[in-house]
Design a protein around this ligand. Structure first.
Ligand SMILES: N[C@@H](CCC(=O)N[C@@H](CS)C(=O)NCC(=O)O)C(=O)O
Ligand SMILES: [Fe+2]
Length: 596
């Protein structure tokens, strides 16, 4: 598929400062092959690429249809194959020079000229004063880019580059116009020219004086002029923004239909294997994962899928899903969407009754044994609650049984945490949250409090009652089919927020509730069950401004630091994967299967 906006279905992802990208730009321009481009930022992040599921960080990349090619060597080989010479796309490669082309490519890509040139970038270049750029390139090369370390490397880098200039000068010594001895510019020139052109533009001229390399300088200028002319006379390149590029790629078809996995390849991989792939020279910290589609001596092709997609496919494979079953699922999900609104969130309910909300919470917010466990958020938290002071009442429901709640917030060592933001919410005495009343006039049964200097907070509320989750919609229908009731045991929700600590979303459940062990959303945990007491002495009643005999809940909440949770999340991931006999590695804190 090709459209007017994306000529030849080609999109080049690059930025103008990249000498590697120039190889491709020159090639396309000199061969008169029209294409589109999508300009990328000079440093990470590159959200367009991330949205395409690409981790590879090097520039340029080139898409043809739905296939995305990494690395200029592969891109050029692919373009040579896909665009054989025609009168409109004149040949650039000279058959008699194939060997020289290969040698020159090896020389400029693999002999380290680019990295030595990058090492000798002059300190007065604007990017070299940009901390963000320097940090970004440290990630790219895995080496230090501090001024001090760079200065140390200059002499060796310059000597290396000078040696490379000498080799070019020798190749051009017989006075030839083009490096392959051709009449016109050829692919051999493109393979040779790009790092030297970059160096010539960038480094002070006295580093490589013209009189020492006269033929090289003349050839560089000749190339530049020829490339410029080709650019002027050819079609203007179409520029796409990221979204347009993504849209085009996702709607395109695969360009390369000749996929096969070479069984003789020493890596012994099979089609469909989950594979990680990364460059070994630079940008090696950014690894892609995908299913192996093609493996030949020159090419590895992966089908990049997000894990959700590959697991969804596995679900279908494993359960031998029928067309009817899948259609019923889609119609069910459609109904879940249709009934949802600003005040009704059927998807959260669905996630809750499937036990998924609780599972996700326990994976993402694991809690060490001595801290308060989390539980489901549920669909009824809002951001409308008013700020309340300690001792205030959060409920205006006169039918509710008065309740005093007195709590502390501490860290795992028992130190009080002051200034923690505490969100509290509960239903009215009929089991409905404020947002469920069509005639609701504002927040009720909810408040935002702040723990005081001793880590205490307290408020007046009403005794929670059991309530059914909304069950007049598709989720209710599902529960019925499963012979499950829709009730949640009596509870009150709490959410804690304090910088440096892992956010805690939890709830307290009343002991001896009839639904204690059959909660429709699996939220109850032993450690969160509380016994309701009574305010029994006068002093206490006075202190909190309640009558003696008022119901009382007390609880000591314990928060854990972000860092402790991060460590625990990691060790639990390792444990979970190892117990399934799977080897994993961590990439950006996410466990991914390790293949070697
Ligand atoms: N071997 C790769 C090298 C590409 C490369 O190193 N490109 C540089 C820009 S010239 C790069 O990616 N720099 C880091 C970045 O832009 O993220 C190729 O031929 O495409
Ligand atoms: Fe609730």
């Amino acid at each position: 598929m090709s459209s007017a906006e994306v000529p030849n279905d080609i999109i080049l992802f690059h930025y103008p400062f990249s000498p590697f990208a120039k190889r491709i730009v020159w090639y396309l321009k000199l061969r008169n092959i029209p294409y589109a481009e999508c300009i990328q930022p000079l440093t990470l992040p590159r959200p367009d690429l991330a949205e395409l599921g690409i981790n590879y960080r090097r520039i340029p990349l080139l898409s043809i249809g739905r296939d995305i090619y990494y690395d200029t060597r592969l891109i050029l080989a692919r373009l040579e194959k896909s665009f054989p010479a025609t009168p409109s796309y004149p040949a650039l490669s000279a058959p008699q020079n194939k060997g020289l082309e290969a040698l020159l490519e090896k020389f400029t890509v693999d002999a380290g000229i680019f990295s030595k040139a990058a090492q000798s970038l002059p300190p007065d270049l604007p990017v070299m004063k940009d901390e963000k750029f320097l940090k970004d390139r440290e990630d790219f090369t895995g080496t230090s880019w501090t001024q001090a370390d760079r200065v140390k490397g200059y002499p060796e880098a310059l000597a290396h580059i000078k040696h490379a200039f000498d080799i070019l000068e020798a190749l051009l010594a017989d006075g030839r116009q083009w490096i392959g001895g051709t009449e016109k510019v050829s692919l051999a020139d493109i393979h040779a020219v790009w790092p030297f052109n970059w160096i010539a533009d960038m480094l002070p001229k006295q580093a490589f004086p013209k009189d020492q390399h006269p033929n090289t300088w003349a050839w560089l200028n000749r190339f530049k002029k020829t490339a410029k002319e080709a650019e002027k006379s050819g079609k203007k390149t179409v520029s796409l923004d990221g979204q347009a590029a993504i849209k085009h790629i996702m709607a395109a078809s695969y360009h390369d239909q000749q996929t096969r996995v070479d069984a003789q390849d020493p890596v012994k991989l099979e089609e469909g294997d989950l594979v990680s792939l990364w460059p070994t020279d630079s940008g090696f910290r950014h690894k892609d994962q995908g299913r192996l589609v093609k493996l030949t001596k020159d090419e590895v092709v992966l089908a990049i899928q997000t894990r959700t997609v590959s697991h969804l496919h596995d679900l279908a494979r494993e359960t031998r899903l029928t067309t009817d079953e899948w259609m019923a699922t889609l119609l069910f999900l459609t109904r879940v969407g249709q009934i949802s609104s600003d005040v009704r969130q059927e998807f959260i309910l669905l996630s809750d009754v499937l036990g998924l909300s609780l599972l996700v919470d326990s994976i993402d917010h694991p809690k060490p044994g001595n801290s308060t466990e989390g539980t489901v958020l549920g669909p009824f938290h809002t951001h409308e609650a008013e700020h309340s002071h300690n001792g205030g009442s959060i409920s205006q429901d006169a039918d509710g049984e008065p309740l005093l709640v007195v709590c502390t917030v501490k860290d795992v060592d028992g130190n009080p945490i002051s200034g923690a933001k505490v969100d509290v919410w509960e239903t009215d005495s009929k089991g409905f949250y404020d947002v469920q009343h069509a005639d609701s006039t504002g927040p009720d049964g909810r408040a935002v409090l702040t723990s005081d200097s001793t880590g205490n907070f307290w408020f007046k509320a009403i005794l929670p009652v059991p309530y059914p989750i909304p069950h007049d919609g598709p989720v209710g229908g599902l529960l019925k089919k499963l012979n499950r009731h829709p009730y949640r045991p009596s509870h009150m929700h709490f959410m804690f927020d304090k910088s440096g600590y892992d956010p805690l979303i939890t709830a307290l459940y009343l002991k001896n509730d009839p639904y204690e062990s059959t909660d429709a959303v699996f939220g109850v945990k032993q450690s969160l069950i509380v016994e309701v007491g009574k305010v029994d002495d006068q002093d206490q009643a006075k202190k909190y401004g309640v009558k003696t005999g008022t119901s009382l809940i007390t609880y000591d909440f314990v928060l854990v630091t972000d860092e402790a949770v991060r460590m625990l999340r990691r060790s639990k991931a390792e444990e979970a994967m190892n117990s399934q006999g799977r080897k994993i590695r961590f990439i950006d804190d996410l466990p991914v299967p390790d293949v070697d």
